[in-house]
Design a protein around this ligand. Structure first.
Ligand SMILES: Cc1cc2nc3c(=O)[nH]c(=O)nc-3n(C[C@H](O)[C@H](O)[C@H](O)COP(=O)(O)OP(=O)(O)OC[C@H]3O[C@@H](n4cnc5c(N)ncnc54)[C@H](O)[C@@H]3O)c2cc1C
Length: 317
């Protein structure tokens, strides 16, 4: 038996979240096959060996580069059978999570999403999953022989193994029914660093007073090579684009460092950031609820603090 890690790509590059899925799969202790769909960079395929893959199955069919859900589910289910795999690991994304659920139905497999850490196999196969938009955890036993697991960011440590993988071209059977939807267009989010993938996020709230002050957020983000985010009212008022809205009804982020500036810390905002490794809050109100969720806090006026902080970071480089 083996484990398959599904590797998602963006413009041919492997997503970092998929490397975490690969490390998670490797930590389960069985041989790991990485499955890559659509066009992908040769060097990125080779690098998968260094994160625990023994084999890379590459289905280089241009139609698979378009993210058609039904086709992804078909290929994933076929690969599970062809590789004699009993566990499929995917990193959370809108595409992967939905495809995973379809695969679980096809294979009659146990399914768990939002998994936050490696399973406890001391008595069965039990995973911890995040529920109620991150406000609680539940422990779920996966009882079927086949298991499909979607992990959240930071569920596994990103570890290089120094290994290498055999790259094998894979030609699954695909029919017209697998492509019963067509993506007719797509629009890419703007910004140097994409929010869901970012290691560092600098977010601004209503405390910034208006869009004309966003340069302060952007300068700090640039000095840290961070993505920018915002609270919901900020995007509702059109100060920032909607794809930057973080929280329960927006993007869920899990960076190494989340810096919240002029954001009160409402529960709906916290639901989108509470998997971050380290949270820094800058707010002029010492009683702002966000400080309770913060690892570090600065009580101060954003208009004083931000220029000084950005300057200090630039100086330290
Ligand atoms: C169903 C539902 C879903 C929601 N989903 C989301 C969501 O996904 N994401 C989200 O963000 N919100 C969401 N909300 C809204 C949420 O409840 C809050 O209203 C919102 O997060 C508040 O945004 P804010 O902190 O930017 O603004 P405010 O609550 O107005 O807070 C502004 C903060 O800035 C501080 N401040 C003011 N001036 C300065 C200054 N000069 N320097 C430093 N600090 C300053 C203030 O002390 C205050 O703490 C949702 C609400 C509902 C009902």
């Amino acid at each position: 038996m083996s484990t398959i890690a599904f590797i998602e790509t963006s413009e041919g590059k492997v997503k970092k979240s998929s490397l975490e899925a690969l490390c998670y799969a490797h930590a389960l202790g069985k041989p790991v096959t990485a499955l890559v769909l659509g066009p992908a960079d040769e060097s990125d395929l080779k690098s998968l060996g260094n994160y625990g893959a023994q084999k890379v199955l590459h289905a280089n069919d241009a139609r698979l580069g378009q993210g058609v859900l039904q086709a992804y589910a078909s290929v994933l289910a076929q690969a599970m059978k062809d590789e004699n795999a009993d566990v499929l690991i995917l990193a959370n994304s809108s595409l992967a999570t939905t495809a995973a659920a379809k695969v679980a139905v096809k294979l009659k497999a146990s399914f768990a999403s939002n998994v936050t850490e490696l399973p406890d196999t001391s008595n069965g196969f039990v995973v911890r999953k995040s529920i109620y938009t991150g406000k609680a955890f539940s422990w779920v036993e996966l009882k079927s022989d086949k298991k499909v697991i979607v992990i959240r960011k930071n569920a596994a440590e990103l570890k290089e193994t120094g290994g290498s993988a055999e790259i094998v071209s894979y030609s699954p059977t695909l029919t017209d029914a697998d492509f019963n939807t067509t993506i007719t267009g797509s629009e890419k989010a703007t910004g140097d660093v994409l929010l869901p993938e970012a290691e560092i996020v600098v977010s601004g709230g209503r405390g910034l007073k208006g869009p004309e002050h966003w340069g302060l957020i952007e300068d700090l983000a640039k000095s840290l090579h961070a993505a920018t985010g915002c609270s919901k009212p900020v995007s509702d008022m059109g100060w920032r684009p909607h794809h930057e809205h973080v929280g329960q009804t927006g993007i869920k982020v899990a960076p190494q460092l989340y810096i919240a500036v002029g954001i009160s810390g409402a529960i709906q905002h916290l639901a989108g950031v509470n998997s971050s490794k380290c949270i820094v809050v800058i707010n002029k109100d010492a009683e702002a609820p966000f400080f309770k969720a913060a690892d570090y806090g600065i009580v101060g006026d954003a208009f004083d603090v931000l220029p000084k902080l950005t300057e200090a970071i630039k100086q330290s480089k």
